[in-house]
Design a protein around this ligand. Sequence first.
Ligand SMILES: Cc1cc2nc3c(=O)[nH]c(=O)nc-3n(C[C@H](O)[C@H](O)[C@H](O)COP(=O)(O)O)c2cc1C
Length: 216
Amino acid sequence: MNSASPESLLEALQWRYATKKFDAARPIPAPVWSALERSLVLTPSSYGLQPWKFLVVTDPGAKRSLVPHSWNQTQPVECSHYVVFAARRTVDEAYIDRWVALMTSERGLPPNALDGYRNMMVGGVAKGMQGSRVFEWATCQCYIALGQFMASAAVLGIDACPMEGIVPARYDEILGLAGGDYGTVVACAAGYRASDDRNATLKKVRFPAADVVTTI
Ligand SMILES: Cc1cc2nc3c(=O)[nH]c(=O)nc-3n(C[C@H](O)[C@H](O)[C@H](O)COP(=O)(O)O)c2cc1C
C-alpha cells in the first residue's frame, strides 16, 4: 500500500469545502467516478451488515425533480453525480443469512462456521432492535459511508456537498423507495466547483483542537 503523507492528507481535507455552486458542464470522468463508487461499497459497517443503498442520480430530469425537495438548493442539478444514501428500515433473519452465506463462500469456510456470529447478529439486530431502532442504526451506518465518500472525493480532487437540507419522504417518492425496504437519509453532491463559487474562498473555521480532542 502506498500511504499518503500527513501533509497531502491535510492538504486535501483543507482544500475540500461544502460546495454550493458546481460547474454543471464538467462531469466526473468515468475512472474517477468508478473509484468513488467503490469507496461507497467499501465502507465499513456494524457487523459488516451494510444496511444501505446508494442511489446515484445522473439523469438531468431526475436531478431537476429533486431541487424543490432540497430546500431549492441547486447542488442536485448542477453537480455531476448526486448520491442519495438510503438506510434499511428492517433487518430480518433472511437478510442476515444472505450476508452469512456470502461471507462463508467468499472466505471458503465450512458450513456453519459462522453460526455463532449469525446468532449474535440475529440477537443484536433482527430481534434486538425494536420499532424504528433498525432504521436509526442503519442511518448511522449511512453517515459512515457519507464521511468515507467525502474524504475519498477530497483525496481525488473532487468537490462535494453533503446535503441534509432535503425532504426524505419526497425523495423516497421520486426515487421509488416509498413503501420499500430502504428510506432516504442524506445525500451528497459530487463534481467540480464553479469558478465563481464564493464559498470556495471562505476561511475554514473549526473549534480549536484542544476544545474537541482530549488525549488521555
Ligand atoms: C450531514 C451534513 C449535512 C449538510 N447539509 C448541507 C446542506 O443541505 N446544504 C449545504 O449547503 N451544506 C450542507 N452541509 C455543509 C456544512 O454546512 C459544512 O460542511 C460545514 O459548515 C463545514 O464547512 P466545510 O464543509 O466547508 O468545511 C452539511 C454538512 C453535513 C456534514
